[in-house]
Ligand binder design. Sequence first.
Ligand code: ATP
Length: 324
Amino acid sequence: IKKIGVMTSGGDAPGMNAAIRAVARACSYYNIKCVGYYRGYQGMIEGDSVELTARNVKNIISKGGTILKSARSIEFKTKEGRKKAYENLKEEGVDAMILIGGDGTFTGGMIFSKEYDISVIGVPGTIDNDIFGTKFTIGYDTALNTVVEAIDKIRDTASSHNRLFFVEVMGRDAGFIALNAGVGAGAEEILIPEEDLGLDRLLESLQRSRRSGKSSSIVVVSEGDKIGKNVFELAEYVTENLPDYEARVSVLGHMQRGGKPTCFDRVLASRLGVKAVELILDGQTNVMVGVADNKLLVTSIEKAVKGKHTINKELLRISDILSV
Ligand code: ATP
């Protein structure tokens, strides 16, 4: 192994820079060259790259976003696109690629490594935490902290006006952010795609809160919730059925993807980045490195893509008890 490539792809996440730095520094430590590709697979197709050295990744561990940029590449989904990417990697002398991203990124990598003789190693980077084979993905902890801070602020205004707030958070089809940030911010109700609370139970629960003397309520709604109404329709439905409630909606949106990574995400990204390089040196390919029980864990990319990371339902019970 003489040269390793690294890229970030799919939705960006805080801590991706810390992972890039770890890959570049580990390469330098083991005397391997390192090249970064811009805009994920698109940069590989266009041969848009930069040499990464131990020194030119300085001061990025604390930065949100990704210095290599991210993109969704439609061209990489075609055979011709992947051929161009392979030819560029060969020309550059790249023996292995480290892919920092989510499910889609890993699917692309799996297909690519079946067609061509290139080792690929996945590093899970997404705020959604929806990857099998790791308890935590890079960016998730930072997003949780951002959401909790935002809900704390919404709580201040909600209680000053005796309002009910519906706060929509990201997470795609998974409720990790909603569930954990909901418990962390003391939400009265948490609506996630994995559990159908039902509209009747939601109304009952809000009525109970009112009767018990609560002056404000926060309902955290995951963007992928399958209650059959979007967050605005939900707020409307609740005010129609519970007229003494004044409801407001706040969609947190892309702020959840930004910001400085937390210490947890920086440490996680550092561990995963170094291990990814070491796996390549060990001759491994088509695997993803993750973490569980504070130990590094290696899973085949295929399993990572096909498996489902399930939420901790115990937290729903805790949330129920605590919103008494
Ligand atoms: P996030 O979870 O943050 O959205 P992701 O990695 O799942 O991240 P996607 O947009 O789904 O994000 O995938 C990233 C890129 O991976 C796509 O833009 C595409 O270039 C590539 N990719 C995804 N699926 C395939 C596929 N079936 N074949 C080839 N390439 C793919």
